[in-house]
Ligand binder design. Structure first.
Ligand code: ADP
Length: 481
């Protein structure tokens, strides 16, 4: 029986290993993590991450050939294939601060593998790490090997949060990078055999190590770039009276462009896009390619611009002040169908509103009040000027931020509603009921284009929807960008 151990029970490691266990009953899969709380969660009825379909997969295999454990050393020592899926945040100090990946977790995982291994191992890089990390890890392992032979593979994960299980069941492609030596090729084949249990052969791509690593960064940079491109056009639409939904639809009909990832919004979020682009920027700078670095940096600049443009629009529409006014925030996760708030645009939008002394009442079907408090109190690292922005103090948090049990409670006595995540339930709310309970004029700022603008205007709302023609009210109060 092949034994797989995955280090890191997070958004990537957990779902990926659960699906491998489900599809390969002959393989024993153990997911290990240093966080006892995370592992306890995975062994409980309430999994530590929300992902549609995940509960079902875990229920079918847990205790059969899928295990979650904090006994990191024992399980890594026993495994034939070790996946490394630990966090790789952006460095906050020292060389490359604000851009380069912090490989502390990766390095300590590699050293630990070297310490506990007594048999040959295939080590698979699953975290998104900057190009050429595999080489560094290989060096650590080889220099500490004591006779154990290692093969390093790069197998970047392309799943999207919110559709992780679907993506893992039917991936567009699986990418495996390895050394172009006989041993390297054998290792690639061993991992390919695992995926081939359920993924059609022609979708499994094999490349050299560096291509695999760079492909992941490039794919995320391209996806984020599409969002920033359409968001840049959304600003022009508002200025000129075009409708970004119509423009995006027409543009996307071109088969060379395609329709997906062309929705204008308040900005992209999630743990990967910004981080991966910053990595790319840093690598380009290190290799003496400032023009290339600048090109990708602009994708993040437009994203920051889109968030501040949204806040400016809210404040300027409401007579240039939101001080003391209640603003309902619907949605805090970085996208629908996930409780993940990492880099969510809601953090910057809320901080902007709170900076103008608004009182915000937040409702999100999957995000807890504790998470929101952590996010708003967190030191936000400014990638452009390596320094920390002021976090919110506990007393400001308590005075200005509240959680609501549903959208109606959030909107009660509010002056405005801001929609920041495209949860399906926000499409079918009883907006008349919300309108009746709000101060007048009642504003809706839709950062995700989920509401029917005409219908809401009929109810009496002043409506702003990203990239849509502005109503007269908003035209009279131009946003200062
Ligand atoms: P991702 O989104 O890439 O899956 P997460 O932050 O959700 O990242 O998960 C990474 C996990 O890796 C965390 O639960 C963390 O506790 C775990 N981790 C980090 N370093 C180690 C280590 N050396 N050994 C075991 N687990 C680790």
């Amino acid at each position: 029986m092949v034994k797989i151990c995955c280090i890191g029970a997070g958004y990537v490691g957990g779902p990926t290993m659960a699906v491998i266990a489900l599809k390969c009953p002959a393989i024993e899969v153990v997911v290990v993590d240093i966080s006892e709380q995370r592992i306890a969660g995975w062994n409980s009825e309430r999994l530590p991450i929300y992902e549609p379909g995940l509960d079902d997969v875990v229920r079918q295999c847990r205790g059969r050939n899928l295990f979650f454990s904090t006994e990191v050393h024992r399980h890594v020592g026993d495994a034939d294939i070790v996946f490394v899926s630990v966090n790789t945040p952006t460095k906050t100090c020292g060389l490359g601060a604000g851009k380069a990946a912090d490989l502390t977790y990766w390095e300590s995982a590699a050293r630990m593998i070297a310490d506990v291994s007594r048999s040959d191992k295939i080590v698979v890089e699953k975290s998104t790490v900057p190009v050429k990390t595999a080489e560094a890890i290989e060096k650590i392992l080889v220099h500490n090997s004591r006779g154990v032979r290692y093969q390093i593979l790069s197998n970047p994960e392309f799943l999207a949060e919110g559709t992780a299980i679907q993506d893992l069941f039917a991936p567009d492609r699986v990418l495996i990078g390895g050394r172009e030596t006989p041993e390297g090729r054998a290792a690639v084949k061993a991992l390919k055999d695992v995926y081939a249990q359920w993924v059609p052969e022609e979708r499994i791509i094999t490349t050299n190590l560096w291509s695999a690593e760079l492909s992941k960064l490039a794919a995320n940079a391209f996806l984020a770039q599409r969002i920033s491109s359409v968001n840049a056009i959304s600003a022009l639409c508002e200025a000129t009276g075009a409708d970004v939904t119509q423009v995006a639809h027409s543009v996307g009909k071109d088969a060379r462009i395609g329709p997906r990832f062309l929705s204008a919004s308040v900005g992209f979020g999630g743990s990967c896009f910004q981080k991966d682009i910053l990595n790319l920027v840093y690598i380009c700078e290190c290799y003496g390619l400032p023009e290339v670095a600048g090109y990708w940096r602009e994708v993040i600049r437009i994203n920051d611009y889109q968030k501040s443009r949204f806040v400016n629009r809210v404040v300027s529409s409401m007579f240039n002040t939101v001080a003391g006014k209640k603003v309902a925030v619907l949605g805090f996760a970085f996208k629908k169908d996930t409780g993940d708030t990492r880099e969510t645009p809601a953090i910057d939008v809320c901080k902007g509103l709170l900076g103008d002394k608004a009182v915000v009442s937040i409702y999100d079907p999957q995000v807890t009040g504790e998470q929101v408090s952590r996010d708003l109190a967190m030191n936000k690292f400014d990638w452009d000027h390596p320094r920390h922005l002021q976090p919110l103090s506990d007393s400001d948090l308590a005075k200005q931020v509240g959680m609501a049990a549903d959208a109606y409670e959030a909107a009660r006595d509010a002056h405005a509603v801001c929609i920041l995540t495209e949860w399906d339930e926000f499409r079918s709310l009883d907006y008349k009921r919300m309108f009746d309970a709000m101060h007048k004029p009642a504003f809706i700022f839709d950062g995700r284009n989920v509401v029917d603008v005409a219908k809401l205007r009929e109810i009496g709302f002043v409506v702003y929807s990203i990239g849509k023609p502005l109503d007269d009210w908003l035209k009279d109060m131009p946003a200062v960008a």
